[in-house]
Ligand binder design. Structure first.
Ligand code: IMP
Length: 502
């Protein structure tokens, strides 16, 4: 398809967000939107995200620097809403230097939220206790906690040694008390991790504040040419009619907002459209078009939290959180079998077919059928007539004899209230309720569809798609009452079909 069609009349700001639990192939869609854009900006998440950069025949994963950086003629922005870990960014800049990719047009928000070594420590210590939710261990929640607690530091503080020291001391005065409540051996062990500076920030059982200051001043100096007021830059760009792509991170159902994600099994920024716009200093009204990405007809989730359609249920969740499970171990133990009747093994086969293993950690992603009540909830929460759906990874299920779509739940838990609404055993829901204690008791109800057997990865027009697949996409469209604009049938950008002709 022609990428210029994406920038139809009146579209200057285009946002790409995920409507599920992340890992839906947003990067590819951002990439094809970026082709004709002037600026690409991210405004949420931090080093918990993974971006793929292909250069000189090699593939690299970055966490903070977006993959669009390979477009050297465009401006790339790390916005104010990002949890900014300078140590990681500097490592990623080194990678770009090694690959001879220019980053002259990279701008970093002076008001991005600064991640400090003890944020990673607190995140990892918390994961050892009953508050564990399966985080990425990148210090995301503690960074935002400090921000909302008004003890946080921002990127600009790295440029002012006295201010940095004063704020850091105040911050640590509070955080040391929290850290002191944990096991000193766990603390000493975690502080040795390379992500926390391989021990340089921690000596003789306490933080070396002077070392943190020295390192962060060095980081500040290195990043100085890129640090600027990106909020102002973007507002001006909007006024001047520049084409801007806003790149979301994670997914709407992982948003911190109560009433949107599956709290507390979420990340700590608002991964939906409001958080993204705010995280780059714009308002939602300034966004002209929203691409909401959903994997179909299956979906995935990483980390803990309710997932009603998970193939293999609790067994799968437990298996995926077991240390040492990865693609190789699964291939050996469970050879791919698309027609197997056992749900757990079907889930493993699906993971293998879609290569659903964490980009950085290799963690297996939990797999399940597409959950339409959750998708409908995400769509309704965004509540915008600018929202269009993009379905990704459609090629993965080629060859599966039966496809199931969850179009409702039967509530199977104890009687519970959600405001004035009472949920009792046997109640039927067609839209998910964003309350983990309700979702975890929802049993999915399915519609079954015949699968398709022809390779769709080279199909260019919706007219050439197998009718079985069209039945499925039409069912999704009707269920969530939103148009599906694009269909992704492979990882290359050419493998994208314009569905609006349908
Ligand atoms: P945190 O963002 O590291 O605090 O992790 C909180 C939850 O969000 C965990 O369940 C993570 O697995 C999940 N999460 C964070 N980033 C991503 C992502 O990029 N893709 C999918 N899940 C994510």
């Amino acid at each position: 398809m022609e990428w210029s069609a994406i920038w139809s009349e009146g579209v200057n700001v285009l946002a790409v967000i995920c409507l599920q639990f992340g890992d839906t192939g947003k990067g590819k869609i951002v990439d094809l939107c970026a082709e004709e854009a002037d600026i690409i900006a991210r405004g949420t998440g931090g080093s918990n995200a993974g971006h793929t950069i292909c250069a000189n025949g090699r593939t690299h994963i970055t966490h903070i620097i977006p993959s669009s950086i390979s477009y050297t003629d465009k401006t790339h922005i790390i916005g104010n809403g990002v949890a900014f870990n300078p140590q990681i960014v500097i490592q990623e800049l080194q990678l770009l230097d090694d690959e001879k990719i220019s980053y002259d047009n990279l701008l970093i928000a002076l008001n991005a939220k600064l991640t400090l070594p003890h944020h990673l420590l607190i995140d990892r210590l918390k994961e050892k206790g009953s508050g564990k939710i399966g985080t990425t261990g990148q210090g995301i929640a503690p960074t935002y906690v400090d921000y909302y607690n008004r003890t946080g530091l921002m990127v600009n503080d790295m440029l002012n040694p006295d201010i940095f020291k004063r704020k850091l001391e105040r911050n640590l005065e509070y955080n040391q008390r929290i850290i002191a409540s944990y096991n000193p051996e766990d603390i000493a062990e975690i502080m040795q991790h390379p992500a926390l500076g391989s021990g340089i920030f921690y000596r003789n059982g306490s933080f070396d504040i002077d070392q943190i200051i020295a390192s962060y001043m060095e980081y500040g100096e290195r990043l100085l040419p890129m640090i600027t007021d990106t909020d102002k830059f973007l507002r001006k760009a909007v006024k001047n009619g520049k084409r801007i792509v806003l790149e979301g991170a994670q997914g709407a159902l992982l948003s911190i907002l109560l009433g949107l994600g599956t709290y507390p099994y979420v990340t700590s920024s608002n991964a939906s459209i409001g958080g993204l716009a705010e995280g780059v200093g714009l308002s939602v009204d300034e966004v002209d078009r929203i691409f909401g990405i959903a994997k179909a007809p299956y979906m995935t989730r990483v980390g803990d939290g309710p997932f009603p359609t998970e193939l293999g249920g609790a067994k799968s969740a437990e298996h995926c959180r077991t240390k040492g499970v990865n693609r190789d171990s699964e291939m050996e133990q469970y050879p791919t079998n698309l027609s197997i009747s056992d749900d757990f093994q079907l889930g493993v086969s699906l993971r293998q077919a879609g290569n659903e293993y964490g980009a950085t950690t290799g963690r297996p992603r939990r797999t399940g059928w597409l959950d339409l009540p959750l998708l409908l909830h995400a769509v309704n929460s965004i509540n915008s007539n600018k929202l269009e759906l993009v379905l990704t990874k459609l090629d993965v299920l080629t060859g599966y004899p039966r496809i199931k779509l969850c179009d409702g739940y039967s509530y199977e838990g104890p009687t519970q209230r959600y405001g004035g609404r009472i949920f009792s055993k046997g109640d039927i829901l067609t839209e998910a309720i964003p309350y983990a204690e309700i979702i975890e008791h929802c049993r999915p109800m399915y519609q079954e569809f015949p699968g398709w057997n022809i390779d769709i990865s080279e199909v260019e027009s919706v007219d050439d798609l197998p009718p079985q697949l069209v039945m499925i996409t039409s069912f999704i469209e009707r269920s969530v009452k939103k148009p599906i604009s694009l269909l992704s049938v492979g990882k290359d950008r050419e493998q994208t079909i314009d569905n609006r002709t349908h």
